[in-house]
Design a protein around this ligand. Structure first.
Ligand code: AMP
Length: 188
């Protein structure tokens, strides 16, 4: 079964729309026949998206570093929980297990994960789709900043534009299904 990796907040934010979107994304992932790969926690939007996939009879694989197993409270009901030695091993396992990546609203950890998988794509280390679910315009300023960075010559337009964006889970999964990776190298 193909897997979608979801990066998202270990908090829920302060707009109920974030929890609603995480719930909708979880059921949409399961309904489209994908499994979920995520950080393994039971807290914040991470717990919400996992609960929603499980409630829709989907498969969920959590990947949690040992050091965070207590703080982020490992989800007790997952199809599989993988405990890693380090954060780096966690992110590598999540990437290897997944066929596509979606970021929901989140904080620094979510940004770090999104940017890492995106930089791996621009280096050609993988050719998998990367997307953000733009709930209530959460990512608008980030997208605007990245467009400006591309306009100023630091990001190639093809790499900036490869990020799939939608405020609808259903539309985002459609974009993932029809994604064609850019054939542009970062380095000459
Ligand atoms: P946040 O978006 O900050 O709530 O974090 C969401 C997820 O990212 C959590 O599972 C964190 O453990 C993880 N995370 C936090 N910091 C980092 C980091 N430096 N590198 C990778 N993942 C992180």
């Amino acid at each position: 079964m193909p897997n979608i990796c979801v990066y998202c907040g270990s908090s829920s934010g302060n707009d109920p729309a974030f929890v609603a979107a995480a719930t909708d994304l979880g059921s949409t992932i399961a309904d489209h026949g994908y499994g979920l790969v995520y950080g393994g926690a039971s807290i914040g939007l991470m717990g919400t998206v996992a609960d929603s996939v499980l409630a829709s009879a989907g498969t969920v694989t959590g990947v949690l570093p040992k050091s965070l197993a207590d703080k982020e409270i490992a989800h007790p009901g997952l199809s599989e929980l993988i405990i890693t030695i380090s954060m780096h091993e966690r992110k590598t396992r999540m990437a290897d297990l997944s066929d596509a990546f979606i970021a929901l609203p989140g904080g620094l950890g979510t940004f770090e994960e999104l940017f890492e998988i995106w930089t791996w794509a621009q280096l050609g280390l993988h050719h998998k789709p990367i997307a953000v679910l733009n709930v209530n315009g959460y990512f608008d300023k980030l997208i605007e900043f990245l467009e400006d960075s591309a306009a100023k010559g630091f990001i190639k337009a093809a790499h900036q534009k490869m990020l799939l964006v939608s405020d609808s889970s259903d539309e985002l999964i459609g974009k993932i299904t029809s994604f064609a990776p850019p054939l542009v190298d970062k380095l000459p």
